[in-house]
Ligand binder design. Structure first.
Ligand SMILES: NC(=O)c1ccc[n+]([C@@H]2O[C@H](COP(=O)([O-])OP(=O)(O)OC[C@H]3O[C@@H](n4cnc5c(N)ncnc54)[C@H](O)[C@@H]3O)[C@@H](O)[C@H]2O)c1
Length: 256
């Protein structure tokens, strides 16, 4: 196992109850990182926190909706109280609503659905970044990693306009945060995953995902671990000269 020298650091991972977020939380814990396991589903957060303890690290499960700025502040306060600081924030929580497994057409999109996706994917990322940047500025140290998407990089036939828009917005927010926070020893980067095998992509059906695989040069779908490995690097001081970038982790999907 590579030693990223992050043993003893404290991380907050949102949407850590399952999928990519869960794997990020566990992979950080394997490196000795203490993790705040934040998710809107309490039972999932509790379960992942227990897995982390079994790995020999410490965890704080926290139930919240990232689109609620008050709950985000309560999480920041709780993290500070429990661990005394926060070194790493992974803004992973996100949603991609479909209709019967299909993209929702723009002209049929309910404004409330648009707002919900913007609230969680974009506002949630902003609220968490702001709350934890305040802590990191005082420490003069921090790593913030935002979850964008291949859909934020190029047009996609699968997710809808709200998802593409918010994931492109996350890239802009990453640059803004990186520029403002660099003087305070804080690195801010984004990851743009391609198609990763989690519950999120199952709603479109196996056939669609199989077809999609043909557009991935490495010939397979991504696994949550592919993303977690990239997070380890960006969360470590090996990447201290990298800020404001969006790292594509997609098996080469964008070169075609
Ligand atoms: N799976 C993919 O192919 C893929 C590709 C590109 C980007 N992403 C992004 O990666 C991230 C994780 O995706 P995933 O595939 O693991 O999704 P997932 O649906 O499997 O898991 C998302 C987790 O976030 C939690 N969550 C949802 N809304 C929340 C909220 N308001 N507050 C707190 N927690 C909330 C869910 O309960 C769940 O545990 C998302 O931001 C997603 O957009 C995924």
């Amino acid at each position: 196992m590579i030693d990223y020298k992050i043993n003893g650091k404290v991380a907050v991972v949102t949407g850590a109850g399952r999928g990519i977020g869960r794997q990020i939380a566990l992979t950080l814990a394997e490196q000795g990182v203490k993790v705040v396991v934040a998710d809107i589903v309490k039972e999932s957060a509790d379960k992942v926190a227990k897995e982390i303890v079994l790995l020999g690290s410490e965890a704080l499960p926290f139930e919240l909706d990232v689109s609620n700025s008050q709950q985000v502040q309560e999480m920041a306060d709780a993290a500070l109280k429990k661990f005394g600081g926060v070194d790493i924030l992974v803004n992973n929580a996100g949603i991609s609503p479909k209709r019967n497994g299909q993209k929702v057409p723009i002209i049929e999109m309910d404004i409330r659905e648009w707002e919900k996706v913007v609230d969680i994917n974009l506002h949630g990322t902003f609220y968490c970044s702001q709350a934890f940047a305040k802590i990191m500025v005082k420490q003069n140290y921090g790593k913030i990693i935002n979850m964008s998407s291949q859909a934020g990089r190029s047009y996609s036939a699968i997710p809808a306009a709200h998802y593409l828009t918010t994931k492109a917005g996350v890239i802009g927010l990453t640059r803004a945060l990186a520029g403002e926070l660099a003087p305070f020893g804080i690195n801010v980067n984004a990851i743009a995953p391609g198609r990763i095998e989690t519950e999120m992509i199952k709603d479109v059906g196996a056939e669609v995902n199989k077809e999609y695989m043909k557009k991935i040069p490495v010939g397979r779908l991504g696994q949550p671990r592919d993303i977690a490995e990239a997070i380890l690097y960006l969360a470590s001081d090996n990447a201290s000269f990298i800020t404001g970038v969006t790292l594509d982790v997609n098996g080469g999907a964008l070169i075609l």
